[in-house]
Design a protein around this ligand. Sequence first.
Ligand SMILES: NC(=O)c1ccc[n+]([C@@H]2O[C@H](COP(=O)([O-])OP(=O)(O)OC[C@H]3O[C@@H](n4cnc5c(N)ncnc54)[C@H](OP(=O)(O)O)[C@@H]3O)[C@@H](O)[C@H]2O)c1
Length: 239
Amino acid sequence: MNTSLNRRNLVSLAAATAVVTPVRAATPERIAVMGTGNVGSALGRRWAAMGHTIVYGSRAPDADKVKALVAETGHGATAATQIEAAAKCDMILIAVTTKAAVEMVKSLGNVDGKVLIDATNLLMLRDGKFDEPLDGTCIALQIQEAAPKAHVVKAFNTTNAGVMFDTKKIGGPISLPIAGGNADAKARVAALATPLGFEVADLGGADWLRMVEHLGRLYVGYSIMHRPRRIEIHFTTWG
Ligand SMILES: NC(=O)c1ccc[n+]([C@@H]2O[C@H](COP(=O)([O-])OP(=O)(O)OC[C@H]3O[C@@H](n4cnc5c(N)ncnc54)[C@H](OP(=O)(O)O)[C@@H]3O)[C@@H](O)[C@H]2O)c1
């Protein structure tokens, strides 16, 4: 297992932007993976193989599809209700449907001090047009408001579940922009993302949650509008 964080893989977009420090890079995490769909199953399987303890948080932990995912994940992974999974872990991946995300967080009870990794994206297509307003709505900020003492980190919303599972298939470098108000929480998220093959770019604090979320809109929007052509995001720093 190699969860050590390579500083060269951390890209800072501006001199004023702090580069994430790998404070607890080598520490195995207990991660509640909320949602057993595309994103939850991709990251849950990869993180379990990296030595982290995965508890899938599902509305139906005894369902056959969840049992099959737990078996496929291996490495001691389990499934529980979302409330039970959150109670057992101090990192929580939010990979439920976007519309359910904020209410799901509210339903978890006390998540003070926990790291909430928000992978959600707010963009859908209806009749060839985006059906969500391209306004300032930000799910990550709503989650932070719902859980003010948790550490929200926006991450994994600017790429695809298949890429999360296998970054090598793109054949080039991929940036993973992240943002959040707590530096230690971001370092722990970076330590989960870097071994997957992402170049983690810490764009900034809580005021950058919205920016990273909107990058996800660009990513999804392109994929929807230019199908089957797709993009991955890669930052080059200069100056
Ligand atoms: N697909 C991608 O490539 C991708 C990439 C980046 C970000 N995202 C974002 O990540 C999130 C998950 O995407 P996905 O593609 O993994 O979705 P998905 O395949 O539909 O899976 C979502 C999971 O959420 C759970 N769920 C569904 N309705 C729920 C509800 N009302 N309350 C609580 N949990 C519910 C379900 O798990 P259980 O049945 O086990 O409860 C379901 O498997 C979305 O916000 C999406 O925008 C997706």
